[in-house]
Design a binder for this molecule. Structure first.
Ligand SMILES: [Zn+2]
Length: 172
């Protein structure tokens, strides 16, 4: 999907709907391919890219503004231990609460018990079965759903940022 303003927002939405449907309906053929972690992360990257494009389209109208946390969430380039660890900013990529799970956007927004409270509000609105594959489609379905995901992402990312700042503060 070209990322330029030549494509109007009203055209972008159906495009996204088609591009999410194609991988979805081809699902059975992908089952084997997705058993490899590498392929799963490739598919996730595709969804993330679409999400960023949709974010930029929606920022211009219907769903209101997009804050700087959302791109961090979709790109994984934020205060996530897995990302920080890649650049040597933290000693471990693992979540401080879960130990054996890497701290990624998926982990904090969809799995980590630390953020259960923030996640519950979103799940009530976008569905209990929300996951990285269907989240984009769901948030595009209505402003209420968009706002619910946005709110949760902002709350969690702000908390991660606060704790990262705390860790950076020199001991007195
Ligand atoms: Zn965790």
């Amino acid at each position: 999907m070209p990322n330029n303003s030549a494509i109007s927002n009203s055209k972008k939405r159906p495009l996204v709907s088609v591009s999410t449907s194609v991988p979805k309906y081809a699902g059975p053929a992908w089952v084997l391919a997705l058993q490899t972690k590498k392929n799963t992360s490739r598919l996730n990257s595709t969804f993330r890219l679409m999400a960023m494009r949709v974010s930029s389209a929606s920022r211009q109208r219907a769903h209101g503004e997009v804050n700087f946390h959302m791109p961090q969430f979709w790109s994984s380039h934020g205060c996530f231990k897995k990302y920080l660890n890649r650049f040597g900013h933290v000693s471990s990529p693992f979540c401080i609460a879960c130990g054996d799970a890497e701290e990624t956007p998926e982990h904090v927004v969809l799995e980590c018990p630390r953020f259960e409270h923030e996640r519950n509000g979103m799940r009530t609105i976008v569905g209990e079965d929300v996951n990285m594959t269907n989240i984009v489609e769901r948030m595009c379905a209505s402003k209420e759903k968009w706002d619910a995901v946005n709110r949760t992402v902002v709350q969690i990312m702000s908390a991660l940022q606060r704790s990262w700042r705390e860790e950076q503060r020199p001991a007195t």
